[in-house]
Design a binder for this molecule. Structure first.
Ligand code: FAD
Length: 575
């Protein structure tokens, strides 16, 4: 049942209390409440997703960001690697969390990535073979909105049609689709075609798969795992506009502090309410939210906490540290086409016409602003550090094609564009989330520490050079007019560095602030079963537990975390 007001729930004790209704929290709420004898409270700080058209229409994620009620409106600390800029750092603030605001790219990562998670956590349960069942439970492969012939655009044998979260190929063609495919034929050495990058082998150029359903609507954790048949369960209580301010020690179990209470409020100045879990509290507030709640609750680096007057209950310096995220830049080209989505961003009449088509499940709005993806490796001798990729078949960088101007900076008044989002997917820089104050409503300090290492900047330069090589293929003659001015000015190593530092931002994939580590490791925040080290009754399931950012967009990995966490909890309590 969905509640706007906590007072309507009529109870303060549940089997499980889950904080955060994002990619992982929604999965746990669904899977644990499948047993009608188990009561679950799911707290979400943001509003409901119901009727939010900007979230439902796949083409509109750029309307869900900073200065909207659906974003946390975070900014980073000043980033030396970005010429001292501080950037907006979007995180979803609504039911479904960031899956309600994201760009819907569906990528599982390489098999090597998961095998590395198994190695880093000391638990084979996280390896590629063993997580397959969670991928299959999550994914519901569906026909794209235009029902075009998809033969050769994906490999049906690696997909599931029986899961819960819709995934499809693009439902509207882009003018450059044939040019991208022609490039893979012209230059298969550098840009080989990959018929399905979600098979465990992701290198190459492939058709984009997105969490969009067959009617051309976003499929999020809210529309799938918290869809009408699930959210109406009487034993599942979902309360929106509920900000968890801290977790509270409730006793000591076998020498460990137990945390089975959560304090929340429905407005900054409103009363604080305490809710209790008879079994567990599960934090799923994301890489920023979970770290902040732990620190506010006295779980963190004692030196930092005492400086803010917070009593330390578990002294663990790993909390909030080890933040890793993907840096991204957007090289842009002028193109000889009126079939880009730039007109949509200039002319309200085009928006109205496209929306009318979308109501009939057709037209350009049934897709996200992204198209094909390319996953590539740097040449073997182009870097001197140990290979930061999970293995020889894991990409160092990614290209994302967009059929228009895809920068956050304002669209120029004239011109048609193509963007190639360029992402370093194995960054070696590490940052941190720390508290600014002890007030739960003050933003924490968020420092992704972008381009803190030479490798990360060098990889970005090489990735942009590769994007330029891609559009040099003959297939693009007559389509590409020229590079956008700032890219065209980046002709030397120094000017390319300036271009990158002035333009780079986040690819929105922070992880690692409550990392899992082997059972007895003295670093890390959770054990491989995702229980908080040194605590009782407290688990974490969200992006924060991933020890390294995967060479992938992160929603699928986090859905897997949610599914596996659900299994581990159900097994432990025989439910
Ligand atoms: C703009 C954007 C674009 C992205 N694009 C893609 C993409 O195309 N493909 C992809 O795979 N991934 C993408 N991602 C990343 C992906 O969505 C996230 O990795 C994933 O959703 C993380 O899941 P999570 O459960 O850790 O956190 P979230 O999904 O962010 O959920 C956390 C939830 O906890 C709530 N919360 C936080 N603090 C509190 C509190 N104190 N009290 C109560 N509730 C709280 C939040 O409001 C939120 O609902 C994108 C993310 C963003 C922001």
């Amino acid at each position: 049942t969905l509640y706007e007001s906590f007072g309507d729930v009529g109870n303060t004790t549940f089997d499980f209390v889950i904080v955060g209704a994002g990619a992982a929290g929604s999965v746990l709420a669904n899977r644990l409440s499948a047993n009608p004898n188990i009561s679950v409270l799911l707290l979400e700080a943001g509003p409901s997703n119901a009727g939010v058209i900007q979230s439902i229409v796949p083409m509109f994620p750029s309307q869900l960001g900073t200065n909207t009620p659906w974003d946390w409106n975070y900014t980073t600390t000043t980033q030396p690697g970005f010429n001292g800029r501080s950037i907006n750092y979007p995180r979803g603030h609504m039911l479904g969390g960031s899956t309600s605001v994201n760009y819907m790219v569906y990528t599982r990562g390489s098999s090597e990535e998961w095998n590395r998670y198994a190695q880093l956590s000391g638990d084979a349960g996280w390896n590629w073979i063993n997580i397959q069942k969670y991928i299959l439970r999550n994914e519901k492969w569906t026909a794209p909105a235009d029902h075009h012939n998809t033969a050769g655009q994906f490999n049906p044998s690696v997909h599931s049609t029986t899961g819960i979260n819709s995934v499809s190929l693009a439902g509207y063609p882009h003018p450059f689709d044939p040019l991208i495919i022609a490039t893979t034929k012209e230059n298969p050495g550098q840009f080989p075609f990959n018929s399905d990058m979600n098979s465990g082998y992701h290198l190459g150029v492939g058709w984009l798969q997105s969490t969009i359903d067959t009617t051309g609507q976003r499929s999020s954790a809210a529309t799938s795992y918290l869809g009408p048949t699930f959210i109406s369960r009487p034993n599942l209580h979902v309360v929106v506009n509920s900000h968890a301010t801290r977790i509270i020690q409730t006793g000591v179990d076998q020498g460990k502090p137990a945390f089975r209470s959560v304090e929340l409020t429905q407005s900054q100045s409103g009363p604080r309410i305490v809710v209790n879990a008879t079994k567990e509290v599960i934090l799923s507030a994301g890489s920023i939210g979970t770290a902040q709640i732990l620190l506010l609750s006295g779980i963190g680096d004692q030196r930092d906490l005492s400086a803010l007057g917070i009593k330390t209950i578990i002294n663990n310096p790993s909390v909030g540290r080890n933040l890793s995220d993907h840096p991204q830049t957007s090289p842009v080209w002028y193109v000889n086409s009126t079939g880009t989505f730039d007109a949509l961003n200039r002319d309200p009449a085009v928006v109205a016409a496209d929306l009318a088509q979308w109501q009939n499940q057709t037209g350009p709005l049934v897709d996200s602003p992204l198209a094909h993806l390319v996953w590539s490796r740097l040449p073997p001798h182009s870097f001197t550090i140990a290979d930061p990729a999970a293995g020889p078949n894991t990409a160092h960088y990614e290209h994302l094609f967009s059929n228009g101007w895809a920068r956050l900076a304002p669209l120029p008044a004239a011109g048609n564009f193509m963007s190639i989002g360029t992402v370093v997917t194995v960054p070696t820089s590490r940052g941190a989330v720390t508290l600014k104050t002890a007030n739960p409503f003050d933003q924490p300090n968020i420092n992704p520490n972008f381009f803190a290492t030479d490798f990360d900047l060098s990889a970005m330069k090489q990735a942009i050079t590769a994007a330029r090589a891609f559009v040099k293929a003959k297939a693009w003659n007559g389509y590409i007019i020229r590079e956008f001015e700032d890219l065209a000015a980046a002709t030397t190593d120094a000017t390319l560095t300036t271009f990158i530092k002035n333009n780079a931002g986040t690819a929105f994939h922070p992880v690692g602030t409550a990392s899992m580590s082997p059972q007895n490791a003295i670093y890390g925040v959770v054990d491989p079963d995702l229980r908080v080290k040194g605590a009782s009754g407290l688990r974490i399931a969200d992006a924060s537990v991933l020890p390294i950012v995967p060479s992938a967009h992160t929603q699928v990995p986090v859905y897997v975390v949610g599914e596996r966490a659900s299994d581990l909890v159900k097994q432990l309590y025989s439910i």
